[in-house]
Design a protein around this ligand. Structure first.
Ligand code: IPE
Ligand code: IPE
Ligand code: MG
Ligand code: MG
Ligand code: MG
Length: 339
């Protein structure tokens, strides 16, 4: 059954910092498992919010000359006060599988969220998707102006790598370098930014062609524009946890399936959701000929592919046993989400 996952309105108790083996084993009731998942997501969202608030504080850091107020206000607007924080959740919960310190995973998650929030601010610009509503509020260029929204995105992207490079994220410089490299690969030319290029090209805006993409093209486009960052969340946990090759491969497969499922759900919400609930404009993808699974497969087949991907994501986690139950719940959440 679909359920509502409002963020940050759960009872105010703190969960253990890492999931204990058996937390879920004691819960054979699906409703309880869902509510435990929601508690964990809410807690990680709240912790990410306070961490980002601190990272975007007013005091200039070493080597910084000043933090211009308008730019900081815009970066804070884009990064704080909204979002499901699913990407930090993935970093924290995958790191928890290896009992890696939670504070480090929160740093990696905050870096990832900075890249994600920047990608949203740029995605909404008039030159990109031209949207006025994001997370139920005016988009960054509406609230400020286009130049400020572009610079806020640039600032958040750069901050992400600043965060990963800090010893607070991991004492080993080799581990930090691995995180930096993995995020760069997920965010850049062959990842999110590249996927955004393919997304715009699919509209026919560069060559005027409007023939539909095939399913293989859409899969590549989506795994780049959306999948790559979600996958990094899982990879970050594996890197911080110094996972074995087998464990890393399992998380990679989970992250890839989850990423594809996530974008299919987003495309379904564009067709079936309403802006008031989703917090952003809906009904826009078909109008501009976006390359989506809904456009190539139709609604019914897109939904069955979504279910198959949730199963695939769950199966990928079998190597972790019951410890991975919360990540399995996350795959269901991604498919059934209403926002
Ligand atoms: C929206 O991502 C953009 C896509 C990649 C589809 P989310 O749905 O995770 O957005 P927030 O962070 O919760 O607002
Ligand atoms: C955006 O995909 C993915 C990003 C890299 C931001 P969409 O354009 O479908 O995301 P929404 O629907 O605006 O959130
Ligand atoms: Mg877009
Ligand atoms: Mg968009
Ligand atoms: Mg969308």
């Amino acid at each position: 059954m679909p359920y509502d996952f409002a963020i940050n309105d759960g009872p105010a108790f703190r969960l253990p910092s890492t999931p204990r083996t058996g937390d879920f084993a004691r819960m054979n009731d699906a409703t309880n498992a869902q509510s435990l998942f929601r508690q964990r997501l809410d807690q990680i969202a709240a912790d990410t919010e306070s961490l980002l608030d601190r990272l975007l504080g007013p005091a200039p850091l070493a080597e910084e000359l000043a933090r211009p107020q308008r730019l900081m206000d815009a970066m804070r607007y884009v990064a704080l006060g909204g979002g499901k924080r699913l990407r930090p959740f993935l970093a924290v919960e995958t790191a928890a599988l290896f009992k890696a310190p939670r504070e480090r995973a929160l740093m990696a998650g905050a870096a990832l969220e900075c890249v994600h929030c920047y990608s949203l601010a740029h995605d909404d610009l008039p030159a990109m998707d031209n949207d006025d509503l994001r997370r139920g509020r005016p988009t960054a260029h509406k609230k400020f102006d286009e130049a400020t929204a572009i610079l806020a995105g640039d600032g958040l992207l750069t901050l992400a790598f600043d965060i990963l490079a800090r010893p607070e994220t991991h004492p080993s410089s080799a581990v930090r370098a691995e995180l930096v490299l993995a995020l760069a690969r997920g965010a850049g030319l062959g990842g999110m930014v590249g996927g955004q290029m393919l997304d715009l090209a699919a509209e026919g805006r560069f060559d005027g062609k409007t023939e539909r993409l095939g399913a293989t093209d859409v899969k590549l486009l989506q795994s780049m524009k959306t999948g790559a960052l979600l996958r990094f969340g899982c990879l970050a946990g594996a890197i911080l946890g110094e996972a074995t090759a087998k464990e890393r491969d399992a998380l990679d497969r989970y992250g890839s399936a989850l990423g594809e499922a996530f974008q299919i759900a987003d495309d379904l919400l564009d067709v079936e959701g309403d802006a008031a609930t989703v917090g952003k404009a809906t009904g826009k993808d078909a109008a501009v000929n976006k390359g989506t699974f809904v456009s190539v497969l139709g609604l019914a087949q897109a939904k069955s592919r979504l279910q198959a991907l949730v199963d695939e994501a769950e199966q990928a986690l079998s190597v972790f046993g019951r410890d991975a139950d919360v990540l399995k719940m996350a795959a269901r959440f991604v498919a059934e989400r209403k926002t």
